[in-house]
Design a protein around this ligand. Structure first.
Ligand code: SF4
Length: 326
C-alpha cells in the first residue's frame, strides 16, 4: 500500500517544499499537500493554537488540522538550523512539540531534527532518517535526495526569473512596461500565502508594478549587507530580510518598499525598525509597513496600498520642483 505523507502548506513550506515533495515521491510515497489557506483553515488554526503564537504558526496548525485525518504521516521536521552557526526562529524548532500538544488524534509526525550546526556525517544520517519512513534502502534514499536537490535548485532559479510560488504554485508575475518597481520584504510564508497576505503581490501585479522579493536577490549580496551590522544576526530568516532591506536602502533601485510583517514577530519588529531608520536617514525610499494578524481587514490594507502607490506616483511627478521628502 502506498504511504501517504502530508505536507502542511505553511511556514517552511514556501522555502523547501519542492525538495521534500520530490524526495518522498522519488521514494514511492504519495505526497498530499493541505489546501491553500482559507477562512476555515485560519479558524481551525486560531482555535488550536495558544493565543500568544504569531499568525503564521496559527495558520500552520490549521494546515495540520486539514491533513491529519487523510494521511499516514505528517511531515513536521524539527528545524533547528539550516546554515552553520545560525538558528531558525525558536517557534520552528519547537514546532513538532507545539503541534503535538495543541492538536489531538494526530497521525505519527516525521519530526526528524534538521541541524546544520552538527557535522556533515550528521546531515547524511538526517537524510536517512527522513527516508526510513518509506524504505531502509540507503542507495534509494541517496538517489532520491540528489533528485530532490535538483528540483529545489530549479525552483529557486525559477523564482529568481520572476515566477512567484503563490500558495505553492509558481506563477508568472513579470509585467511588461512596469509603472514602478516595488520591493516586498517579508517571510516567505507571509508573502506567498494569498489568503494571509490578502493577495498583496497579486494586487501589485494588477497595478503593473514590477515586484522584487528577497528570494530574487543573490545570496552573497544579502550576506554582505547583513554583515554590516556591528553584531552578527544569527537568525537565518532575519539575516535574509535584513540583508535585503539594507541592500535596497543603499542601492535605491526601487521606487518603494513594502514590509509585510506578522503581529507579534520579534524578528520582524527589529528588521523593519532598522530598515525604516536607515531609509529615513540616508535613502529616503518610500516605505510602507503592513502588519497582519487574524483580525486584519482587507479593506484597510487595500486603502493603504492604493495610497502608497499614489504617493509614489506623486513623488515622481513633482520632485523636480517640489520637495517630496518633507
Ligand atoms: S519568525 Fe516571526 S513570524 Fe516567523 S515563526 Fe518566528 S515569530 Fe512567527
Amino acid at each position: 500500500m502506498t504511504i501517504k505523507i502530508g505536507i502542511p502548506r505553511g511556514l517552511w513550506f514556501y522555502d523547501y517544499y519542492p525538495l521534500w515533495k520530490t524526495f518522498y515521491e522519488e521514494l514511492g510515497a504519495q505526497v498530499i499537500l493541505s489546501k491553500a489557506t482559507n477562512k476555515h483553515i485560519l479558524d481551525q488554526g486560531v482555535k488550536n493554537t495558544v493565543d500568544e503564537a504569531c499568525l503564521p504558526v496559527k495558520i500552520f496548525n490549521g494546515h495540520v488540522m486539514d491533513l491529519k485525518d487523510r494521511v499516514d504521516y505528517i511531515f513536521l521536521p524539527k528545524m533547528m538550523s539550516v546554515y552553520e552557526r545560525e538558528y531558525i526562529c525558536p517557534k520552528f524548532s519547537g514546532l513538532p512539540e507545539m503541534v503535538a500538544h495543541s492538536i489531538k488524534d494526530l497521525p505519527p509526525l516525521i519530526d526528524v531534527e534538521i541541524n546544520f550546526n552538527k557535522s556533515r556525517k550528521n546531515l547524511d544520517e538526517t537524510i536517512y532518517q527522513f527516508g526510513y519512513y518509506v524504505t531502509k534502502d540507503h542507495g534509494r534514499i541517496k538517489r532520491a535526495y540528489v533528485k530532490a536537490l535538483e528540483s529545489y535548485a530549479k525552483y529557486k532559479d525559477t523564482i529568481r526569473r520572476g515566477y512567484l510560488p503563490m500558495d505553492g504554485e509558481l506563477k508568472d508575475y513579470k509585467v511588461s512596461e512596469a509603472r514602478k518597481k516595488i520591493a516586498v520584504v517579508g517571510h516567505t510564508y507571509n508573502l506567498y500565502d494569498s489568503y494571509s497576505s490578502m493577495n498583496l503581490l497579486k494586487k501589485l501585479n494588477e497595478n503593473h508594478m514590477e515586484i522584487i522579493v528577497p528570494e530574487m536577490l543573490d545570496f552573497s549580496v544579502i550576506n554582505k549587507y547583513a554583515g554590516e551590522l556591528d553584531k552578527k544576526m544569527f537568525w537565518s530568516f532575519g539575516r535574509k530580510l535584513l540583508g535585503t532591506a539594507m541592500y535596497l536602502a543603499d542601492n535605491k533601485g526601487v521606487d518603494g518598499v513594502i514590509y509585510l510583517s506578522s503581529f507579534g514577530c520579534g524578528i520582524d519588529s527589529i528588521i523593519q525598525d532598522l530598515f525604516e531608520r536607515k531609509s529615513r536617514r540616508e535613502g529616503k525610499i518610500p516605505f510602507l509597513l503592513l502588519t497582519i494578524d487574524e483580525h486584519t481587514g482587507e479593506a484597510g490594507i487595500n486603502t493603504r496600498i492604493e495610497a502608497f502607490l499614489d504617493m509614489i506616483e506623486w513623488r515622481k511627478k513633482h520632485e523636480s520642483n517640489l520637495s517630496a521628502y518633507g
